[in-house]
Structures are given as C-alpha cells and as structure tokens.
Design a protein around this ligand. Structure first.
Ligand code: AMP
Length: 479
C-alpha cells in the first residue's frame, strides 16, 4: 500500500508535503519522496525509510516552489530499493514529469513486455513506470490527453498524482478502488489546493476537505484554477473495504464516512453475530492499535467493560539485543505486553481487525493465557481473509493465508483459543452503510451494498488480473 499527497499554490509546498506524508506514514514506511516545482523546473528528493529520517531541513530547503507531490511507499509491485521509490521523475520530449501512485496495475506484466519489446528501457521494477512510458509515447498534444490515453491502456487500481512545471493532475481509476480526496487551505496569494490519499493529511496542515475525487475523475490544478474531466468509460464503483477494516487511519473520512465510526459499527455487529456468554467476569480487550475502535463497539453492545489488556510499545524498531536464553513470546512482547491487572481470572474477548497468517494471534492468545485469563475468545471485525489482493494491499500468497486452507474451528485450534468468531461479509458491508455521511461530506453519494471491493474476503475480483506475478527484481542494482 502507499500514500500520496499533492499541493498547488502554497509558498511552503515542500514543507506541507513533508507534513502531509507524515500523516500518511501508516500507508507505507519503506521509502518516501517529494518532487516540487518553481514553475520552471522540478526538484526531487527520495529516501529509504520513514519521512522523518529521510528528509533533513537541508533536503527540504532544496525543494523550492509553490507546488509539490509526495509519496510514501509500501512495496507491492517491485522490490524494496531506492530505485523503486516514488515520485518517479523523468525528462521527456515535452518537459519534466513526476508521478506518485497508490494502487496496483493488474495488466502490468503484459504491458511491460509489450513496451520492452517496443524498445522501452525501464529504470525501476515498479508498475508505475509503464504509465510514464505510455505518456511519453503518446502523440496527443496536451498532458491531460496523454495521461488519459496512457491510462486507457492500463487496468487495475490507481490513485495518481502527476506534477509538471505548470500543472498538478490527480486521477482516480474508474472503480475508485483506492481513496483520494481534495482539500483547500490559505495559500500564498489566495487558495492553495491539496490532494491526499486520506483526509487526515489535511488536518495536520490546517486544510479543509472539500470532497472525495470521483470515480474516473481527472482533476487538473494550475494557475488558472481547478477543473475536472471524466476521460474514461464508467465502471461500477468498487472502493476497497479493507481501507475501512484496517488500512486507513481512524481519524480519516472516506466517501463521506468516518473510518472510526465504521470500525465501531463493525464491533457492534460482531457482538451481535458472534456473542460471548455474558457475565461479571467478562472483559473486552483490543489488539492495539488496529482492534481498538471495533473493541469499543463490541464492548458497548455486549455490555462488558472495555479495558486495555495489551499495552503497546511505540518504540519498536529493529532490536540488536536478543536474550541469550529464549524468553517466552519475546518477539511479540517487544510490541505488546499483557496487562495482568485486567486479564487475571477473567474471561477475555480479544478483538482484532483481521487474521492474516495467524502467527501474531496465536502468540497473543498464549500470552493472555499465561497472564492468567480463564478463557480467551478471539473476535475478528472482518470475514476470514482467504484471497490475496491484486489492487495494492500487501497480502501474502494464498498458501500463507491461514483462512484459505483452514476452517474456523481449525483456526481456533491453531490459535489455542476457546472460541473464534469472524464478522460476516453482509455484516461488514452493512456496517459501512450504517454510518451516515458527516457534515460537509454529505454531498458524497451514498455507496450501495455492491459498491465495495471485498475480493480478499469473497474471492470476487472486480478486475481480472494476471495471476502469480512475482515481485520483479531489479537486475542491475546500484547504490
Ligand atoms: P498475522 O499474524 O499474519 O495473522 O497478522 C495479523 C495482524 O496483521 C492483524 O493484527 C492485522 O491488523 C495486521 N494486518 C492485516 N493486514 C495487514 C497488512 N496488509 N499489512 C500489515 N499488517 C496487516
């Protein structure tokens, strides 16, 4: 998964992009990059790791101009290497161009083969580069026409930002799989326009969310103002429901609804669908941070106390000190430690958003039992994750997804839990739909029940894909 941020018309564009990316850091920590423009040239800086470690004040000072785009990356296509960091920047016949992409192209392998056959030389292993080649090859006059022609040849999920010396162009794929929203804030001599994967990026810089970018919309921002075009044939809307389950930050709104409120609604529905015997000795605890809002909703509906039974360390990074003698659950304890005070002697409901491989949940169940719980009931605020994502979420292969090959009871046995209960797909979709659009977002059309992509749970893929495209490795590796 990745995050994108763009700003036009602000005297501190690169600083604002830095802050916007900081607020989107949860969408990718592998690399970060910003490209700015002063109206005549583009200036870029990219680094491995997080925004804070990758940009010094001097790096930001070397990014002049009142417009910029930025990217945080979590590799889904292409390996972990600085060459694959974004924004990608190129000089081509018509000038300079930078691109930042969230999503995955499903026909990328075939496209790359065709383009290489025609002589294209790739600098990166990422699917985004094919878009750049297609734009460079287009014979159309204007950039927006070139972008439209290029994107008509790609399939998959894309929330894209393009920056040239003169324009910032934002495009969302016709199914609107990945989020993208528009905002505004006071700029140098008027209004500055901002675009971001999630609205939480606007909060930090004092911008106001105006609206979500519509499916298939191209927003063109220049000194003349903002205008929209719809260059693609319409497709059914398919917002990734996993954004609501796990990916987005809870303080964002997507398609008009608060992610936090949606997660609480998932928890309330989960308590109805997968109840646990009530009693004075029952306590509901989240797996922090991902399970917190759903656990609040569950506890509320189950009329059981919500407690922090697992305490999270916010300072986990790499550790070079490992105990000589094996300590039980050492790895997971670095991040989560059970809080005996709320667990001992209790029947504990543990709420998390999803189980992927099951390895974390298994360790958590054991840890809670060791801390004196009488029973451990695992509750998951989404359906079993059975299918990999081809549209931008980093999921392992099918064989590594525990729910792809195990029944719920087999999962319970593997986790050594007293019970395991998942939210149904209907409960999930209705959970999102039960939350009213917030003020200001009310103009956003209310999504229908079939307007979500839930392929990771249902196997119902809205876009065909070339299966088993392994991460392409760069053959030439330079420093
Ligand atoms: P696992 O041990 O593989 O079952 O991991 C489950 C945990 O991973 C849950 O706490 C989820 O919140 C989290 N999770 C789910 N999807 C992803 C993802 N795409 N990337 C990183 N973490 C995830």
């Amino acid at each position: 998964m990745c995050g994108v941020f763009g700003i036009f018309g602000h005297p501190e564009a690169a600083n604002m992009a830095y802050l916007g990316l900081h607020a989107l850091q949860h969408r990718g920590q592998e690399s970060a990059g910003i490209v700015s423009s002063d109206g005549e040239r583009l200036f870029g800086h990219r680094a491995m790791g997080r925004v804070q470690s990758g940009f010094s004040p001097a790096d930001l000072a070397a990014l002049p101009g009142d417009r910029a785009i930025g990217h945080v990356r979590y590799s889904t296509a292409g390996g972990s290497h600085l060459k694959n960091a974004q924004p990608i920047g190129v000089d081509y016949a018509r000038g300079s161009l930078a691109v930042a992409h969230n999503g995955n192209l499903t026909n990328h392998e075939a496209l790359r083969e065709q383009l290489e056959e025609r002589g294209s030389i790739y600098q990166t292993a990422s699917d985004t580069e094919s878009i750049v080649h297609l734009i460079a090859m287009s014979k159309k006059e204007s950039l927006r026409e070139r972008i439209a022609e290029a994107l008509k040849q790609v399939e998959g999920a894309y929330s894209l930002l393009f920056l040239t010396e003169r324009e910032l162009i934002a495009v969302r794929d016709p199914r609107a799989i990945r989020p993208l929203c528009l905002g505004e804030m006071p700029g140098g001599s008027g209004v500055a326009h901002v675009v971001a994967s999630e609205s939480t990026a606007f909060d930090l810089i004092g911008a106001r969310k105006v609206r979500d970018v519509a499916p298939g919309e191209m927003v063109i921002i220049s000194a003349e103002g903002v205008r929209s075009e719809f260059p693609f044939a319409p497709e059914p809307r398919k917002l990734c429901i996993f954004e609501h389950v796990y990916f987005a930050r809870p303080d964002s709104t997507i398609q008009g609804v608060s992610v936090y409120e949606v997660r609480k609604a998932f928890g309330r529905r989960l308590a109805i669908e997968q109840p646990v015997e009530p009693g004075d000795d029952l306590v509901v605890i989240p797996v922090p941070d991902s399970g917190v809002p759903a656990a609040i909703g569950f506890a509320d509906r189950a009329r059981a106390p919500f407690e922090m039974g697992l305490i999270r360390s916010h300072y986990v990074g790499r550790t070079f000190i490992e105990p000589q003698q094996s300590i039980r659950h050492f790895g997971v304890r670095l991040k989560l430690n059970p809080n005996r005070a709320v667990i001992e002697g209790k029947r504990v409901v543990v709420v998390d958003d999803s189980i992927v491989r099951g390895t974390t949940s298994r360790k958590i169940v054991k840890m809670i039992r060791d801390a004196g719980a009488r029973e451990v009931h695992m509750r998951i605020s989404s359906p079993p994750t059975r299918w990999p994502c081809y549209y931008g979420v980093d999921t392992p292969t099918r064989s590594e997804l525990i729910a792809a090959s195990h029944s719920v009871d087999e999962i319970r046995s593997y986790l050594t839990a007293d019970s395991v209960g998942y939210l149904s797909l209907e409960g999930l979709v209705e959970g999102v739909r039960s939350i009213e659009a917030r003020e200001g977002d009310a103009a956003t059309p209310r999504p229908s029940a079939d307007s979500y992509c839930h392929a990771c749970f249902s196997g119902s893929y809205p876009i065909p894909f070339t299966p088993a495209a392994p991460n392409r490795q760069l053959r030439m590796v330079t420093g």
